[in-house]
Write a protein that binds this ligand. Structure first.
Ligand SMILES: Nc1nc2c(ncn2[C@@H]2O[C@H](COP(=O)(O)OP(=O)(O)O)[C@@H](O)[C@H]2O)c(=O)[nH]1
Ligand SMILES: [Mg+2]
Length: 454
């Protein structure tokens, strides 16, 4: 009896062991990459040190006892690329400033369901990233430039501790048809209407509706004629004049400099994290041509953009630029025929454009850096095609960067910073990521003709 019980138990243990091993192996080898990463305990970073610092900014003590008015827009776009989110952050900061309120910053939120991690094409990513892991400077509570009397920004947590019961302004109660997609009121006029409304509110604690659409919905940025109206105000705002990336980005930049700036002198103390206008971080890198090559989701997205006759994004259309996009309706061409080579150019089309841009550049271009979300093998093909058409001292891409685990998930900001310093940039007219770089380049005095488009 005891003997057969022993055999039974041993069998059970054996079966459990086999099933366990098979399941683990299956999970490891067959499950999506994010599951493997999970099993390997390579969970995405949560940037706790950045989050902690956001809660301890030096001005909080003083602000807690002073009568200061705040403006919080909790309705930044969610589940969208950093380019779109950055646009809303900038416009909302402009509004806070125009109404003399302290700007309240939140995270870069991919997924607002309260989770720590989300699945992005089979890979785990952080659901939210503290904004200070991407940026430093005035947007995240940094000191304002000398002589500026604006209030410093505060974190959402600080705002909520000071303002447990804020006045909530619902966006649809102010945004009307004139401000809508088919309206014709300019972005500057929309801001004026909001400034007027906010200035009529005495409550120092003010926020927009949490689940409202942003005041400037994403399509607004696709209507350049309406958006460019804010340029005078925007380009003079400290948020843009003193735009700064995070220490994480500057660190990644310094560690990878040989990839996009092969003849750079070794970093000096000037390359600290306190970047101010005039410091070399704001100047161009001689000989560097940066190509923004939007791949991935743009394959399908460009077809939609072309079919719907969409215009170039936000700040990609300064009248001084060499490359202008004429909407097909204005010249009678079929949408796709005219649009796709600019939105989703083939390798051959890119090689041709690069040759032209190089020939037209006033300064000699020697190195290429391809900033992209394209696949490694495809980028290799592009590199080879560029090299077969012209001699370059070096061609590298985003895929050649060596990034720490924390830097990996904010890599787009490093690419933007590199593009900011290119001698010449070829961008994608429909991309908000390109537009944000072009906007910073224009505000920091790069020549307009150095901004080119596919
Ligand atoms: N690292 C890197 N990521 C990019 C690049 N272009 C696009 N991406 C990724 O794709 C997203 C694109 O979305 P978004 O920033 O909204 O720009 P848009 O879609 O081009 O308007 C970015 O946030 C990045 O995650 C690039 O050049 N470099
Ligand atoms: Mg986008």
């Amino acid at each position: 009896m005891a003997h057969s019980l022993f055999i039974q138990r041993s069998r059970l243990i054996f079966i459990a062991l086999v099933v366990g091993t098979v399941l683990t192996a299956l999970a490891y080898y067959r499950k999506p990459t994010w599951m493997r990463a999970l099993l390997a305990q390579r969970l995405p970073p949560l940037y706790d040190n950045f989050r902690e610092q956001e809660q301890e900014l030096p001005h909080y003590k003083e602000y807690a006892t002073k009568h200061i008015k705040y403006f919080f827009a909790p309705n930044h776009p969610v589940g969208m690329g950093w380019g779109n989110v950055m646009q809303d952050y900038i416009m909302m900061n402009l509004l806070a400033r125009a109404t003399n309120r302290s700007f309240v910053f939140d995270d870069y939120v991919w997924n607002s369901d309260g989770s720590l991690y989300s699945d992005f094409n089979g890979k785990p990513i952080p659901s939210r990233i503290p904004l200070s892991a991407i940026l430093s400077g005035p947007m995240v509570g940094g000191e304002p430039p000398p002589g500026d009397n604006g209030f410093r920004a505060v974190s959402k947590d600080f705002f909520q501790s000071i303002c447990p019961y804020p006045t909530v302004l619902q966006v649809p109660s102010i945004n009307d048809d004139r401000m809508g997609r088919d309206g014709n009121i300019s972005a500057a006029d929309v801001l004026d209407i909001w400034v007027h409304k906010i200035n009529s509110i005495n409550d120092p604690c003010l926020q927009l509706g949490e689940s409202d659409n942003p005041i400037f919905d994403y399509w607004f940025y696709g209507q350049k004629t309406r958006l460019l109206s804010v340029w005078p105000e925007l380009s003079a705002s400290p948020i843009i004049t003193h735009w700064q990336w995070s220490s994480l980005i500057y660190n990644a930049y310094d560690n990878n400099r040989h990839i996009f700036d092969p003849h750079a002198p070794p970093p000096t103390s000037e390359h600290g994290y306190n970047v101010t206008p005039g410091c070399s971080y704001y100047q161009d890198i001689p000989g560097l041509l940066v190509l923004h090559v939007r791949r991935g989701d743009f394959e399908g997205h460009c077809k939609y953009l072309c079919r719907s006759n969409s215009d170039w994004n936000a700040f990609n259309s300064f009248p001084e630029f060499i490359d202008q996009y004429l909407l097909p309706e204005n010249d009678g061409t079929l949408h796709g025929d005219q649009c796709l080579p600019h939105c989703y150019p083939s390798i051959a089309q890119m090689v041709q454009k690069v040759s032209r841009v190089r020939a037209e550049s006033k300064e000699p271009l020697k190195y290429v850096y391809i900033m992209t979300n394209g696949a490694v093998s495809w980028v290799d093909e592009l590199k080879a095609a560029l090299l077969s058409e012209g001699e370059w001292d070096q061609i590298a891409s985003s895929r050649d960067l060596e990034l720490t685990w924390e830097q990996k998930f904010v890599g787009q900001a490093l690419d933007m910073f590199i593009a900011q310093r290119a001698q010449v940039l070829v961008g994608n007219g429909w991309s908000s990521l390109t537009s944000n770089v072009v906007m910073l380049r224009m505000a920091h005095g790069m020549p307009p003709h150095s901004n080119r488009f596919w």
